[in-house]
Design a binder for this molecule. Structure first.
Ligand SMILES: [Zn+2]
Length: 495
């Protein structure tokens, strides 16, 4: 008789400082499949997701022993906490589908690990607990997380093993699922007995510091690969957290899975934690103020001649949960840039909807921004001419022009991390002096052809990279760099 493995995929990364809740719409617009559609449709469209890797490995190594029971694939863009009803809906669906299975031999859960749900803490643990209530303590439950996951005591206690991404920006979703499948099949078949150990650290660093192929972290990620080659070490993870999740267990976490050797797991996690702590003070790029960035842009005329400069709005990073409606750079470019040709994306559903009916060529007094996130975003008024309107992946999309500045207003949050976002609207990147993006990492790959220099601009908002500027109320203290700590072990929360 075939062995039954239940598949669950639920991803959302929560920015606790965002006032914009995540609704079912955000899941629908990225990926949402139920039951057999997870395999019949979801995997075909999202070939890089963890479940695609998992299924591939089961086909390759499962020798026809396993029957896969998909429940849900649900991915949303980052944002504010998920509405409680949406989470409970997913949970109910998953559990109902599991109860239809006569005998479950294993469960695979691909989750983000930094999801927040309104009125709830650590929802991933809540879901694993509910899964355990059905399958019991003896059945293998393997979990894959994003490396920005917040690893809590419950997450560790409830899972049989945990693995994670090893790239940032993330490029290894498929191989994470692939590896998890091999480990889960081997566990079900009794070939390995995974045990886990973690080291939780009072450490809170994000942004450019955490890129896997740049120093200081590149050396550590290489070391992790070497650690995994040691006998009995099955998996090693380094969780660098989502710094915008305000949670009482927030902090970097190292995790090792070994084949039955608890001491080895603990030693490995500890060794990795020490490596992280050693580099915590290594220098990394600090964003420019907008005044500095504009001054620099004016000086870099030769680079502008042969391409464009890209301004990254670091406090309005859509992929990290910001709403994408910050007007700060817009207002400063209008007043300070001396007519440099600039393109800026900005989300404003109201303006996009109202003026979708306005004839092209009309000059409008725009009242833009501050529709969703009122703490940091100021509304801004200026006169602009409507020059284009169309439907894009970001809903109704309009281009307004004021002198040499083009403002692209979208109905949905828009990171603008593909140059085609601008070029399909008739905005040539060869003609731009400055292009603003609301993205931190992936755009760097896609803009390489045009980009002569990236300038990270310090703005105020829900994805501020400076942890000193974030209004945490729940995170554990002391925590570095908010507090001076000499040795992480003195204050570590032992899991
Ligand atoms: Zn991540």
């Amino acid at each position: 008789m075939k062995k039954n493995i239940v598949l669950i995929e639920l991803h959302q990364e929560t920015n606790s400082f965002s006032q914009v809740p995540t609704t079912i719409r955000e899941f629908e617009s990225l990926a949402l499949y139920y039951g057999d559609d997870v395999i019949n449709l979801g995997i075909k469209k999202h070939k890089r997701f963890q479940l695609a890797g998992f299924i591939k490995a089961v086909k390759k190594f499962g020798q026809g022993q396993f029957n896969l029971i998909p429940t849900v694939t649900a991915w949303a863009t980052s944002g504010g906490p998920v509405e409680i009803d949406v989470y409970l809906h997913f949970k109910a669906y998953i559990l109902e589908r599991m109860k239809e299975v006569e005998l479950i031999d294993g469960v695979y859960m691909s989750m983000h690990g930094a999801m927040g749900v309104e009125g709830m803490r650590d929802p991933e643990s809540d879901l694993i607990r509910a899964v355990r209530a059905i399958v019991g303590d003896q059945i293998a439950v393997g979990v894959s997380y994003d490396l920005h996951a917040n690893i809590t005591q419950d997450k560790v206690r409830l899972a049989t093993f945990i693995n994670s991404y090893r790239t940032n920006p993330h490029r290894d979703h498929f191989s994470v699922g692939y590896k998890a499948a091999r480990l889960l099949m081997d566990t079900i078949n009794g070939k390995v007995s995974p045990v886990m150990a973690v080291e939780k650290m009072p450490l809170l660093k994000g942004g450019g510091f955490t890129i896997d192929f740049l120093n200081p972290m590149a050396r550590i990620f290489r070391k992790m690969k070497a650690m995994e080659k040691r006998p009995k070490v099955l998996s090693v993870s380094n969780f660098m957290v989502h710094i915008w999740l305000d949670d009482e267990e927030l902090g970097w976490c190292t995790l090792a899975v070994t084949d039955g050797d608890q001491v080895l797991a603990k030693d490995t996690a500890h060794e990795l934690a020490e490596l992280n702590w050693e580099v915590r003070d290594k220098p990394h790029p600090v964003p420019y103020t907008i005044e500095e960035a504009i001054k620099k842009a004016k000086r870099l005329w030769l680079r502008r001649l042969f391409g464009t400069l890209v301004f990254c709005d670091t406090s309005d990073i859509v992929a990290a949960g910001a709403p994408g409606e910050n007007t700060f750079i817009l207002s400063q470019l209008l007043s300070e840039s001396d007519n440099l040709t600039s393109y800026i994306p900005l989300r404003d559903k109201e303006v996009a909807s109202v003026h979708f009916e306005t004839p092209i060529g009309t000059t409008i007094k725009l009242n833009i921004g501050s529709k969703l996130e009122t703490t940091y975003n100021e509304a801004f008024q200026f006169d602009a001419k409507l020059i284009r309107k169309t439907e894009t992946d970001f809903g109704k999309t309009l281009v307004f022009r004021h002198q040499k500045l083009s403002l692209v207003v979208t109905e949905l949050p828009c990171p603008a991390f593909w140059p085609s976002f601008f070029t399909t609207l008739g905005l040539s990147l060869w003609k731009a002096d400055i292009v603003v993006v609301k993205n931190l990492f992936p755009f760097r790959l896609f803009y390489a052809l045009y980009n002569r220099k990236t300038l990270n601009v310090a703005t105020a908002g829900t994805t501020n990279l400076d942890v000193h500027q974030l209004a945490y109320t729940k995170i554990p203290r002391p925590i570095y760099p908010l507090d001076a700590i000499q040795d992480w072990k003195e204050v570590k929360a032992s899991l």
